[in-house]
Design a protein around this ligand. Structure first.
Ligand code: PEP
Ligand code: MG
Length: 884
């Protein structure tokens, strides 16, 4: 086996093999060398050796030693230097380099090959004794830290001590003699601490460093990083051994990092930082504050320290040229490490640059315009999940403030407001023109009007699909849920936060629903504008996607926002949310509490015109686009009062005896409402409710059609179906109402009656249900609940443990469980379409706005996805990516 590949001398071999084995750094060095860019020669030990190392008790494979030494001979030939020799000594850097970048997670040794003799040769060779001893000092410190396990900070302390004894502020002030003295000091200290002297044999140093780099693959920080980013242990790291070039050879030498474009704004201009007379580690470690590479950058940062452009114009020009070539070559923004040795530029690494969401968008569009990448590539380059961040303000990035808690980023956007603890307080505060954040342990449907009155919502319990989260996302109201490190004390009216923070009603806090942060007081925010790039990218996405994108909208406000974001219809209108507004809850309660059908019908007659007006408005806003309206879904007792005080109030309001009300509440009580009397089961028990809703829908359709002169085709959705007979029953009721409205109005109407597929039995019997249903809407929230037997409201409390323990990778309520729930969806789609090959199928669970799940839906051949308004752009882009 070939364990070692060379680069930067005659035969640059690396590009022939898999870059996964060469590692990111090794591959980029080989590639740059092959392009003829100035890369110091070196060799890469491939990642396979790392695996061997761990499989064989930290030993190296046979033949590795010979291969490394043969490679070194080539490096010597290419540089005209010799490893460990007293004349023109070759010094090496030994650096890790895994398949994906793990910034700062693994170890590096620089200046390797120095000892008491080669240091003198280096001094002679460079004519700079100070430099030689400074390099030796750095080497001892780094080697002791990385290879011998003696903390670098101990050496830093020694250095600090010496500096203050000598009255210098900076290590650059040390003279050669002083540095020599420090080196002796370092070596003595090391011997005292470890009971052995600093290794003088360069080969011992080399193998020590190689072992240390492989060993750092399992260091605590690398292990944590791997776990966080799901990087398998088996990948291992490669090791790059490269001839040193020196950025610390005086004032015409430097080292730095540069991006081919600005990684935070995306602006097309070289962006970078450097240090004069320094080695690479100094920039990263932040010992000194670096200077700007470009003159424009210097001016922008208001610095008076000269730019590289001014200081070393020739090296700067070379960097500009290399940068342009690399970007063109890789077709993406590059993040480059460079060193300038006595005016000459050397490249030490290049990789795709990490960038902000806004920069990613600008860069993708610019590069497509420049012809550097195709439109498809531009579509792929932008992470759909970051789009809704761009629609909301966020806390200014440099603002720290006092954090008093944290939770799940449930609905993006940052907002400041006074805290209130109940929906009623939110409403009255709102009426006074105050901005409030509704803080609850958890929210119930009844809080909805409070949520509309609030500028933000914070709950201490609940997950990303909790009611509060779904509703807030739908409304575009910033929301943080499940802030477990905060507690609402309703008796004392105090919100307890971390660090002993205590907030009272009226106190101001800022929540950031994009990050889950909660800060004390007001924080400055930034409001993003929908850029021209944003609109153009959306247009390109629309050109290639196959699936339609609809929205889940319950109110005219939702519907309007969603249209602005490009929704192509309503995929789900949850009508229950319409019963909480203003006086409606009162009538609704009267209906629920009625003992007779007659009593119910009376109340329903009052609700009818309100529902009709709602639907008319939705049809008007969405005119020309499909609108799916779902019949009432939640159990009726959700609309009823809970606490003793509320019960009193409601009894009084309805002119009812309190005991009689309690009695009725007991009768409606359910042990497991989620599996109880809800969905189509309500329509079967109380068909008059479904009939009222159907009538409201059809009458609104007639009115809207008269107004616009265009027909409206309502789609009526029946929830929680598991038996075809359930759907047959409800559909017959709807049809009868339709007939009646058509006769009364003298207008013929087209309409569709469809079925939610949100219970496992419905998925399994989809071929039967499709005989009755005109369309399917996949309710993956309930389907996830019922497939796992896991309550979506209780799951956040323990699913976190599952994720920590690696039992599940993703929260199945956020990102579809492909294997289980996904299998049922597949069955449902296939079986439904054996009955009706053209059966329209959409998804309206929260997964309809999740990019990974959207990709899965493309595979199922769904007709549309439906998601909350602010996720519509995300879904448009994700649907486009799914086809590429
Ligand atoms: C679902 O169950 O996926 C769904 C869309 O309905 P809801 O979330 O209202 O139960
Ligand atoms: Mg449901």
């Amino acid at each position: 086996t070939n364990w070692v590949y060379g680069f930067g001398f005659d035969a640059t071999e690396g590009h022939d093999i898999d870059r996964d084995r060469l590692g990111g750094k090794g591959a980029s060095l080989a590639e740059m060398a092959r392009m003829g860019l100035p890369v110091p020669p070196g060799i890469t030990i491939i990642a396979d050796v790392c695996r061997y190392f761990y499989d064989n008790d930290k030993r190296f494979p046979e033949g590795l030693k010979e291969a490394v030494e043969a490679g070194l001979r080539q490096v010597e030939a290419a540089t005209g230097r010799h490893f460990g020799e007293r004349k023109k000594p070759l010094l090496l850097s030994v650096r890790s380099g895994s398949r994906v970048s793990m910034p700062g997670m693994m170890d590096t040794v620089l200046n390797l090959g120095l000892n008491d003799e080669t240091v003198r040769a280096l001094a002679e060779d460079t004519g700079d004794e100070r430099f030689a001893y400074d390099s030796y000092r750095r080497f001892i410190q780094m080697y002791a830290d990385v290879v011998l396990g003696l903390d670098a900070e101990l050496f830093e302390e020694l250095l600090e001590e010496r500096l203050s004894e000598l009255g210098h502020h900076q290590d650059t002030r040390l003279s050669a003699a002083e540095l020599k003295d420090i080196v002796t000091h370092y070596k003595d200290f090391l011997e005292e601490e470890l009971g052995e002297s600093f290794p003088q044999d360069p080969y011992e140093q080399l193998w020590g460093a190689i072992s240390a780099v492989f060993s750092s693959w399992t260091s605590a920080r690398a292990t944590t990083f791997r776990a966080l980013h799901a990087i398998p242990f088996e990948w291992g790291t490669a090791v790059n051994i490269q001839a040193m070039v020196f950025g610390n050879l005086g004032n015409d030498s430097a080292t730095g990092v540069a991006f081919t474009r600005n990684p935070s704004t995306g602006e097309k201009a070289l962006y970078g930082e450097f240090l004069v007379n320094a080695q690479g580690e100094d920039v990263v470690a932040g010992i000194r504050t670096p200077q700007s590479v470009t003159e424009a950058g210097r001016i922008a940062s208001g610095s008076d320290r000269p730019s590289l452009e001014k200081l070393m114009p020739e090296a700067f020009d070379a960097l500009v040229k290399v940068s342009a070539r690399l970007e063109r070559h890789y077709g993406d923004v590059q993040d480059m490490e460079f060193t300038i040795e006595r005016g000459r530029l050397f490249m030490l690494q290049t990789r795709a640059g990490k960038r902000s969401a806004g920069a990613a968008m600008k860069i993708a569009m610019d590069m497509a315009d420049e012809g550097l990448i195709s439109r498809s590539e531009a579509i792929i380059r932008v992470d759909p999940a970051t789009l809704d961040q761009m629609l909301h303000p966020t806390i200014s990035p440099d603002y720290k403030g006092t954090q008093i808690g944290s939770g799940l980023p449930a609905s993006p956007g940052a907002v400041t407001g006074e805290i209130v603890f109940s929906a009623e307080e939110a409403i009255s505060a709102h009426a006074e023109g105050r901005k409030v954040i509704l803080v609850r342990t958890e929210t119930s449907p009844e809080d909805i009007h409070g949520m509309t009155a609030a500028v933000g919502v914070l709950t201490t319990r609940g997950g990303m699909t909790s009611h509060a989260a779904v509703v807030a996302r739908g409304m575009g109201v910033p929301c943080v849920t499940g802030a477990g490190n905060m507690r609402v004390d309703r008796f004392a009216n105090i919100l307890h936060g971390i660090g002993g923070a205590m907030m009272h009603p009226g106190d101001r806090i800022t929540i950031d629903g994009s990050t889950g942060r909660i800060l004390k007081g007001a924080a400055p925010t930034q409001k993003p504008a929908l850029s021209e790039d944003f609109q153009r990218l959306m247009g390109w996405a629309d050109d290639v996607r196959r699936m339609r994108v609809r929205t889940n909208a319950d109110t005219p406000g939702d519907a309007r926002a969603a249209r602005d974001f490009g929704a192509e219809g309503i995929g789900l209108c949850r009508t229950e949310h319409m019963f909480f507004d203003g006086g409606r809850i009162h009538t609704m309660r009267r209906m629920i509490l009625a003992e007779t059908e007659e009593g119910r019908r009376e109340a329903l007659d009052q609700l009818l015109p309100m529902q009709r007006a709602d639907f008319e408005e939705l049809f008007a806003i969405m005119h020309g686009l499909p609108v799916t309206i779902r019949l009432l879904d939640p159990p009726l007792h959700e609309f009823l009062p809970k606490t003793a005080g509320e019960v009193e109030d409601v009894a009084q309001g309805l002119g009812m005896d309190t005991d009689a009300l309690r009695h009725r509440l007991d009768a409606l009580y359910e042990f497991n409402p989620m599996l109880g009397h809800r969905g189509c089961r309500l329509a079967i028990s109380y068909p008059e409710i479904a009939e009222m809703q159907a009538r409201a829908i059809f009458e609104a359709a007639v009115a809207a059609a008269r107004m616009t002169g265009e027909p409206v085709v309502p789609e009526i959705l029946v929830p929680l179906v598991s038996l075809r007979a359930e759907l047959d029953y409800v559909k017959a009721r709807i049809e009868a109402v339709a007939r009646a409205v058509m006769d009364e109005s003298g207008m013929e109407l087209d309409y569709l009656v469809g079925s939610m597929i949100e219970l496992p039995r419905a998925a399994l019997r989809a071929h039967e249900i499709a005989e009755t249903a005109a369309f399917f809407s996949l309710g993956t929230n309930d389907l996830t609940q019922t497939t796992f037997g896991l309550s979506r409201d209780d799951a956040p409390g323990f699913l976190g443990n599952y994720q920590k323990k690696g039992i599940i990778e993703r929260d199945p309520f956020i990102s579809l469980d492909f294997d289980g729930v996904g299998e049922l969806l597949k069955l449902a789609a296939e079986r439904g379409r054996t009955t009706k090959p053209d059966l329209p199928i959409g998804i309206c669970g929260e997964h309809g706005g999740d990019p990974v799940s959207i990709n899965f839906c493309e595979g199922l051949g769904l007709d549309y996805v439906s998601c909350s308004p602010f996720r519509v752009p995300t879904a448009r882009l994700a649907a486009a990516q799914a086809t590429i």
